[in-house]
Each structure stands twice: as C-alpha cells, then as structure tokens.
Design a protein around this ligand. Structure first.
Ligand code: GLN
Length: 222
C-alpha cells in the first residue's frame, strides 16, 4: 500500500492522517528528515505557515523537504500548506528580527495570506472542482463544500499551473459568511505536475475526494 507522510510540526495534521487512512493509505507523521524516506507522497496541513516554516527550519527539515519536492515527490498542501508550496507570498509575515517567512516552494504561484478578510474567521461555500470526474454519478460531479479558515487565495499562476477551483463573485452571495472577493473570481485550488494545493480544508468537512485525487495523482491515474 501507499505510505503518505503528513508534516506533523503544527496545525491539523491529525485530521489529514485520518483522511489518508480513510482513503486506504498508511499515514506517517513527519517531524524529522529521516521520516521523509520511503514516502510515496506528503501532505502539508493547514495551520500557521509562519510557525510551520520556523519549525521546519529548526528541525533541519526545510532543506531536505525542498529537495524532495524538486525531485518530484507528490505533495498536497491545504491552506497553510498551499502557502508553504508557493514560490511567492504577496504579503509575507516577518519575524521579530524582520526576516520574512520562507516557503518550501515548488508551485509557481503567488498567494495572498488571510485573503478573504482578516476580521472574518472563515466562510463556507460550494465549489465546482476539476479532476473529480472519478466521483461522477448520473447527476454529474457533486460540488465540493469548502471551508475557508483565514485561507489564502492565489493571485498569480505561472505556466504549467492548472486552476482546479475558483470562488466566483456569485458564490459570495450564497456563502454562510460574507467574503470580500472585490468582485473578482478567486483561485482556491491548483495543480502543477505532482503538486496539489487548496486554500480550504477538505480534511475538516468529511470531503474525501480531494485526498482521493491526490492518491490517484501518486498512482499516476490522474
Ligand atoms: N492564515 C494561515 C497562514 O498564514 C493559514 C490558515 C490555515 O491554514 N487555516 O498560515
């Protein structure tokens, strides 16, 4: 069976480990470089991207992880995990010494942190999500119920980055909490090669298909 690591430094790694096991793979918490060995894929969870960045550097994981991503390890990042996979952050945080937060990179995108409005903790909406055709019924592919918790959006995608889902201004009206999209469709899920990222948290809603898509990517079936 597949062994999927979940970066377990901070954030909601337990929910991802559960989602991976529900999908039929073995989930492995990753805290040290040796635990990157023998993985078929890795998930970077939601949480706080600045904390995960700092801990990854303190645990000497950041360099090896950057290298594994460059070597083609399949990686899925949700929320903070999307930020950590991004080449660029539009509004990086700085630590007390003024050093900007760093990312592992791999995805040629620019993200904006906490993009949906700082004062609002979260919002929820239903999204059309490309790549989930394997789950189609005679009614088509059911939308993904997406929960955003201080999530980023994607402001730029480079060549080779496929947009899988966007929040449309019309979705905003149906959202359970308003989000300020400034009238523009906002990209919230992308794929580039073996890298997948979502601004939202399928691991907290019982939505299984995003993890299933990631497993299909690892198997070369998607
Ligand atoms: N705002 C957080 C960050 O910058 C991400 C929030 C999340 O992962 N739920 O890391």
């Amino acid at each position: 069976g597949l062994r999927i690591g979940v970066l377990a430094l901070q954030g909601d790694f337990r929910e991802h480990l559960r989602a991976v096991e529900t999908a039929g793979a073995a989930g492995v918490g990753v805290r040290r470089p040796a635990e990157l060995e023998g993985l078929d894929g890795l998930i970077i969870p939601g949480g706080e991207s600045t904390a995960i960045d700092k801990l990854a550097r303190a645990f000497d994981l950041a360099g090896p992880l950057r290298q594994r991503i460059a070597d083609g390890l399949p990686v899925y990042g949700s929320c903070a995990g999307m930020i950590l996979l991004a080449h660029d952050i539009a509004d990086p945080a700085a630590d007390l010494a003024g050093n900007p937060q760093q990312t592992f990179g791999g995805l040629d995108i620019t993200v904006r942190r906490n993009a949906f409005g700082r004062q609002r903790e979260s919002f929820e909406t239903d999204l059309d999500f490309k790549g989930l055709e394997f789950s189609a019924t005679e009614d088509g592919v059911a939308p993904v119920h997406a929960v955003f918790i201080r999530g980023p959006w994607v402001e730029r995608v480079g060549p080779g980055v496929e947009v899988l889902a966007q929040v449309e201004p019309a979705d905003q009206e149906h959202a359970s909490h308003a989000a300020d999209l400034q009238g523009t469709a906002r990209i919230v899920a992308v794929r580039s090669g073996q890298l997948l990222a979502t601004s939202f948290h399928p691991e907290v809603t019982g939505e299984k298909r995003v993890h299933e898509l990631f497993i299909r990517m690892i198997r070369g079936e998607a």
